[in-house]
Design a protein around this ligand. Sequence first.
Ligand code: AP5
Ligand code: MG
Length: 208
Amino acid sequence: MRMIFIGPPGAGKGTQAARLVERYNIPHISTGDMFRAAVKAGTALGKKAQEYMSAGQLVPDEVTIGLVRERLTQSDCSDGFMLDGFPRTRPQAEALEIALEASHIQLDAVLVLEVADELIVSRIVGRRSDPETGEIYHLQFQPPPADIVSRLVHRKDDTEEACRSRLAAYHAQTAPIIPFYDDRNLVRRVDGVGELDNITDRITSALS
Ligand code: AP5
Ligand code: MG
């Protein structure tokens, strides 16, 4: 399975990807997670990405494209991959297509997880993640066990203000690439509202 997850911030891409990679036994490649790891490690890439991320803007294409191209050459991607949060712009989509064609690899699906804007802010501001396990929680919708609450992390870009910028970036730059994949007959749209298990079922049937 070679697939792309597209959806607004807080749509549940990371939550659902964690469930699906076990099922399909493929790596989950989240550019957001890669940038956050680089910020945490204090690398040159992290320093470059940080200012864009905290403002809720996209990191420049030339940085992002190189990062993903390199990641896809690693051996764990040879039987499939799940891209989460990439591509997010038309140049990224075109660069990915060129890279995959050069390796004679075809995409199987582009999964668009749909959640209305008015539900997004509350999902984002209530999100917490566990740095030890990577598990994603929500203070209200996916409450964490009480004994781990003190170690949970609140993302810097999970403020209401940054969330609104991220939503604007999604509508201006990312949603317009969906027709690019519609033209290639790859798009599967899935309703991202409801119980997590139901959404996982909707995704697996959309992919089958
Ligand atoms: P990234 O990390 O990709 O953030 P995002 O796209 O904004 O998406 P999120 O991770 O916020 O949401 P998600 O869909 O994964 O939702 P989650 O499952 O966590 O990117 C961050 C930044 O990095 C970007 O802003 C940009 O600066 C940069 N960047 C990354 N990729 C880039 C690229 N390609 N080009 C340029 N820049 C790039 O769920 C959210 C919350 O909702 C959780 O609390 C969860 O518990 C809850 N939840 C999940 N499902 C449900 C449900 N069904 N009902 C109720 N609550 C739910
Ligand atoms: Mg995510």
